[in-house]
Design a protein around this ligand. Structure first.
Ligand code: NAD
Length: 247
């Protein structure tokens, strides 16, 4: 692993337009379970049912059982050293953008400025009828009171992309633009199976860019398009890379 880390450092030093693609794994060390974490939220609530727009429209009260827990987990989570390392790389002028599949706002809380969110953000609530926006903190969610729009009375939904909803067009457009120009992509804590985000590393690779992957385990990308695989907890490996870059 040490040689993979020093290889990554050499590549990053020479890069001019590096981006990062992050997934649920980067937030596991902040206490937010990924889809694989045993005993996590997604063991209790099948995302195919509870994170579907069809379910939300037909039985919002049932879906809110999951949303109360999701918002509670994300409100309590704090950025970890992997989020901070990416914010550091941006501050050092080495990272142009973070493209994230996460909905937890932790990149922004760590200090990253240019964050492209593929799946929205759980720290905003929206009315699907009139478009009014609210913060979860505007409501008494602790006592499990389902929030309703003050303007039209409809049940509010977190501003996250549920299965069956469209990825925000500006996120698609901007991430594609960054990927087409990137010479390096850091792929952190994603199983890289949820499209279209999973196509970003391939776009970078297709014009000669380098794919550096940080994960606990091998993924679909490892052994196919990944150039450097850094195995381990991102909260440990990413800061090691940043520290070496600072030397
Ligand atoms: P995933 O759950 O499919 O995969 C997570 C990946 O992270 C796995 O490959 C796992 O080996 C790796 N991982 C786990 N802990 C790690 C660590 N400490 N360091 C490095 N790697 C680690 O997640 P995904 O690829 O992002 O796709 C799932 C979808 O779930 C996304 O679309 C996302 O919107 C949603 N989701 C988001 C959150 C969040 O916002 N934090 C949490 C759960 C799910």
């Amino acid at each position: 692993m040490l040689s993979a880390i020093s290889d990554a450092v050499s590549v990053i030093k020479k890069s001019k337009s590096m981006i990062a693609l992050t997934g649920a794994g980067i937030s596991v060390e902040s206490g937010i379970p990924d889809f694989r974490s045993a005993g996590g939220l997604w063991d209790k609530y099948d995302p195919a049912i509870y994170a579907s727009i069809h379910s939300f429209r037909n039985m919002p009260e049932r879906v809110w059982e999951m949303i109360f827990e999701l918002i509670d987990i994300t409100e309590r989570a704090k950025p970890n050293s992997a989020h901070l390392a990416l914010a550091n790389l941006e501050e050092m002028g080495l990272l142009k953008a973070v493209i994230t599949q996460n909905i937890d706002n932790l990149h922004q809380e760590a200090g990253s400025k240019n964050v492209i969110e593929y799946h929205g953000n759980a720290k905003h609530l929206v009315c699907l009828t009139c478009g009014a926006q609210y913060s979860p903190l505007d409501f008494d969610l602790e006592h499990k009171e389902i929030p309703h729009c003050e303007a039209c009375g409809k049940v509010l939904k977190p501003s996250v992309v549920f299965f069956g909803e469209m990825i925000p067009p500006d996120a698609l457009y901007n991430s594609q633009r960054y990927a087409e120009e990137a010479d390096v992509v850091l792929v952190v804590g994603t199983s890289a199976v949820v499209y279209p985000a999973a196509s970003i590393p391939g776009v970078v690779k297709s014009h000669g860019g380098i794919v550096i992957e940080f994960n606990l385990e091998r993924t679909e990308l490892t052994g196919s398009i990944t150039d450097i695989f850094i195995q381990g907890k991102a909260g440990q490996t990413l800061p090691q890379v940043v520290n070496l870059l600072k030397e």
